[in-house]
Every structure is written in C-alpha cells, then in structure tokens.
Design a protein around this ligand. Structure first.
Ligand code: ADP
Ligand code: ASP
Ligand code: MG
Length: 486
C-alpha cells in the first residue's frame, strides 16, 4: 500500500490530470491511495473571493457579486472536465458533480456577502472546495483511463480539533475512520482519491490543516493505515539543496533524515508542509518526494537515517515575511522575570515565535515573529513594561519589519566546529550584514537573520560556499591537500 499525494501544479490542467491518472494506474499493483490538492491557484482564489465578499461584495467599488465571481470559476472547471474526460457517461456525471459542488459554494459565498462577515470556520468551509473539486476530477480521470476509482472527502476520514485554519488531527479516531472507509475500497480493487488539506471536527464541521496541508494529509492517512511508503509528487526533483527558484544551481538530495526534513520545512522549504514528517516518524514510514514532470527520477527519500558524516551542510532554507522584535535595555535579562513576561504577552496573542536570540551580555532580547503580528505585539509589550521603560531599565521595544531567517541545515554540522565562522565570513565577503544568529541544541541547523533585501544574495553565497560544485571542489581540494600532507 502506498499513499501518493499530488500537489497543485501536478493537477494544474486537464493534461496534468490525465498524466496523474496514467502515473497512478502504472502503480496499480502497489495498491495506491491518492491524495490530491486543489488545482494550482484555486485555494488562493477561494480565500481571496471569500474575503472580498465579506468586505463588501456587491456594495464594493467594482460591485463584485458572488454570482459574477463564480461565473468564470465555473467556466474554468467546465473546461477542465471537458478536456480531461472523454467517456460521455463519466463526463456528464462529473459535470453534474462539479455543478453541485459549485452551487453549494455559491450559496456559501452569498451568505458571507449578505452577512459581511467571515469567521475562520466559514473560511475553511470555502477553502475546502478546491480539494473537493479536484478529487472528483482526478477520480473521473482515473475511471476514464480504465481504472476503478472513487472520490472520498477527508471530512469522512481525518478527525481534527476545532482550530480552524490550522487544525490538528486526532490520530486514534482518524485511524479508525480511515481503516473502516478505505480498506474495503482497496480490497475491492478501487483506488480511493482523497481530498488533501481538509478534515472535520468530531461534530462533522469542515476544517483545514493550514496552507500547503495536503502533504500533511498524505502523511496522516499513511500513518493511519500503516502504509509501506508515502510519496509526495510535486513539481521539482525532490528536496533540493536550496529553493531552485532562489538558487538555480540547487541539487536534489538523495536521502535526508526526518529531522533534517523537519528543520528545512519549518524554516521555509515549501516542498513539504512542516508537519508532514510527524505522523511518518511515529510509524517509521519512509517519505519520497518525487517530480510528476520527471517520474523516472528517483527523488528524495526521507527516513530515520542519520547519515551525519555525509556532507557538512545539506541544504539551505529561508522564510520571508518576518519581523524581528528587540527588547533592549541595560542587563534586562538580569532582571528576573522579564523574558517570562515578554513571552507571556506573545503567547497571549497566539503568535508563533520562529527564533529567539539574545546577546550574552544580557542586553538585548530578540525574537522573530510573522510580520503582521509585530506592531500589535510591540504595543502590547509597551503596555506591559510601562514602568520599566519609565525607569529606563528597558530602553526600547522595536520591530524591524523586513527580515528573513536563513537556516543552514545538515546533520553533519553536529560537533563540527567552524561552520558558523565560515557562514559569517562568506556573508562578510559579500558585505551582507548578519543581524542575529541562533543554533538549535540539536546542532542540525544554524539559523541567521538578514535584511529581507539580502535574502537571495545570502542564500546564494552560502550555497556557493558549501554546496555548489565549486564549493564541493574546494572541499575536495582541501581533502586532497590533507591526504597529500600525510
Ligand atoms: P505542491 O503544489 O506540489 O505542493 P509546492 O509549491 O507547495 O508544491 O512546493 C514545491 C516548491 O517548493 C518548488 O517548486 C520550489 O520552488 C519550492 N521549494 C522551496 N525550497 C525547496 C527545496 N529545498 N527543495 C525543493 N523545492 C523547494
Ligand atoms: N490547496 C491547499 C493550499 O493551496 C493545500 C495544498 O496545496 O497542499 O494551501
Ligand atoms: Mg505544497
């Protein structure tokens, strides 16, 4: 049994749906279970349309009614069904399935427009339609190619808490539902085509697992069914040494550990959702990241392996859209309880902290949060520390709103001195200023903060130093020199 997840670009057009059907069909003997994302662009469209409706809809400057917005969307899906499915009965059945979903979506959007209000719960209800539509089209494409397939909504499978927009699975109940619903299909030789990204609360209310969450869905279902492997099909040759959009010379990695994959995705490598490795780790299920545009390429295997010695740095990730908050004052960390009070305010506002760093002098406490959380947090901290600011124990509480975290990841860095030094001197040579630095106790990554405008140059420079062919050439030359000296 293999869970195979196809991302948005892998199902971005009629042609792509047809090739996914061929690809899945070619693995029929491995008992595939398919998890699909929405077609690329659909989730963004659904979210922005729901927001536009809540913010004014027909009363807005351009009078965007739900009906008008839906007309183009409907036409796009009709065209995709028309071009994907050739068998008349399958095509007309899929048309009516799609029409019924779109009718339901229109009613929801109209409701949001009428109320002028959009709760996190309503947003999830709307966002879920992308995957619902996609699973219908993908299942029909498989049937059209001659396979037995059935679209299944993960609302029937993945039971989550009610943290709308970022729900977490309740694994025991999920496993029970997955087994009851999916195993009979597999036994009957039917390929389940499951919606990624979504789940439902115990009461049956639709939730989503967060943006990019279809990878997580695949891993949850794989763990629930104890599948042999989980394959994430995407648009690049596996996990690469850097985002190929930033570093054109990035190379694909053959094998990395769960921990390394976790660090990379946590720090912005979009190729897998940050939670994906968790269910897989628990069941020790290997994950493969493969390219739908180059199916023969082996891609990356992610497993328990700890091939620390193989390469110092394996990959570099970066996260944009962040702000650095600094609470500064003479020896603030020596005053008991300041850090605790800072982070109490952070958690009260439900803000995620990406990185914490402080100078050993205890003068500055710096931490990184999402950009939009920064200003409200600064205000809240000013209120909290009014007295300390008046007494000049705290000199400033400021947000630098344009920073990027760069994470340099590799198990081989553990216990190897000098990596941070090399990173600093590389960036120094390029005149890139490092604002702050932190190293996790796992020593799997060194993360640093640079100005957002320096992101591309910094990632490229570190990649050149540790990972490009020239870089490798350099370390090879070092090794040859060492051997020669012995
Ligand atoms: P999907 O739609 O298949 O889920 P995503 O767009 O979510 O695909 O993720 C794939 C993208 O992740 C790639 O196109 C690439 O630009 C980006 N990416 C960022 N970092 C990496 C990395 N280290 N290795 C591979 N891809 C990366
Ligand atoms: N369609 C969802 C998104 O765009 C989930 C995913 O693609 O993984 O975020
Ligand atoms: Mg993705």
């Amino acid at each position: 049994m293999i869970v195979m997840k196809f991302g948005g670009t892998s199902v971005g057009s009629a042609e792509r749906y047809r090739s996914v059907a061929q690809l899945v069909g070619s693995y029929q003997e491995k008992q595939p279970l398919v998890v699909v994302s929405a077609m690329s662009g659909t989730t963004d469209w659904l979210l922005s349309t729901a927001r536009a409706m809540a913010e004014g809809g027909r009363n807005s400057a351009d009078g965007l009614t739900a009906e008008r917005m839906m007309a183009d969307f409907h036409a796009r899906y009709q065209k995709v069904v028309d071009e994907t499915i050739t068998t008349p009965e399958i095509r007309s059945r899929t048309f009516s399935e799609v029409a019924s979903l779109l009718h339901h979506l229109l009613r929801l959007l109209t409701g949001i427009e009428m109320l002028g209000e959009l709760s996190p719960r309503s947003l999830d209800a709307v966002a879920a339609f992308g995957e619902k539509l996609s699973s219908k089209v993908a299942a029909a494409a498989l049937q059209d190619a001659g396979y037995r397939a059935e679209a299944v909504s993960a609302e029937e499978l993945i039971v989550t808490d009610s943290a709308f927009n970022r729900a977490l699975p309740l694994m025991a109940q999920t496993a029970e539902k997955c087994r009851a619903r999916l195993l009979p299909l597999l036994e009957a030789g039917i390929i389940p085509v499951i919606t990624g990204f979504i789940g439902a609360t115990q009461e049956g209310i639709t939730t989503t697992l967060g943006r990019g969450g279809s990878d997580y869905s695949a891993s949850i279902i794989g763990a629930a069914l104890d599948s042999g492997e989980i394959w994430i099909w995407t648009d690049v040759n596996g996990v690469m040494s850097a985002d190929p959009r930033l570093v054109p010379t990035a190379r694909s990695l053959k094998r990395i550990s769960y921990a390394e994959a976790g660090e990379l995705s946590h720090f912005g490598a979009k190729v897998i959702h940050p939670m994906t490795v968790m269910p897989a780790v628990e069941k020790n299920i290997p994950l493969y990241i493969k390219n739908t545009f180059e199916p023969a390429f082996p891609g990356t295997r992610i497993d328990r392996s700890d091939q620390g010695a193989e390469g110092l740095v394996k990959a570099i990730a970066s996260t944009r859209g962040l702000a650095l908050l600094t609470v500064a004052g003479s020896s603030i960390l020596a005053v008991p309880g300041i850090a605790a009070r800072v982070f109490a305010r952070v958690s009260e506002k439900n803000v995620n902290v990406y990185m914490i760093s402080h100078a050993s002098s205890g003068h500055d406490l710096c931490f990184v949060v999402e950009k939009q959380a920064a200003q409200p947090l600064v205000q809240s901290l000013h209120r909290e520390f009014e007295l300390e600011v008046a007494r000049k124990e705290i000199e400033s509480i400021i947000a630098d709103t344009e920073v990027t975290i760069i994470a340099v990841v590799g198990a081989g860095m553990r216990g190897t001195p000098g990596v941070s030094g090399r990173i600093f001197s590389t960036l120094g040579q390029k005149s890139i200023n490092v604002i702050a630095i932190a190293q996790g106790s796992s020593e799997l990554n060194v993360s640093l903060i640079v100005a957002a405008t320096d992101e591309r140059a910094a990632v490229q420079a570190i990649h050149d130093e540790f990972l490009s062919f020239t870089g490798l050439g350099r370390s090879m030359r070092h090794r040859v020199a060492e051997i020669g000296a012995k």
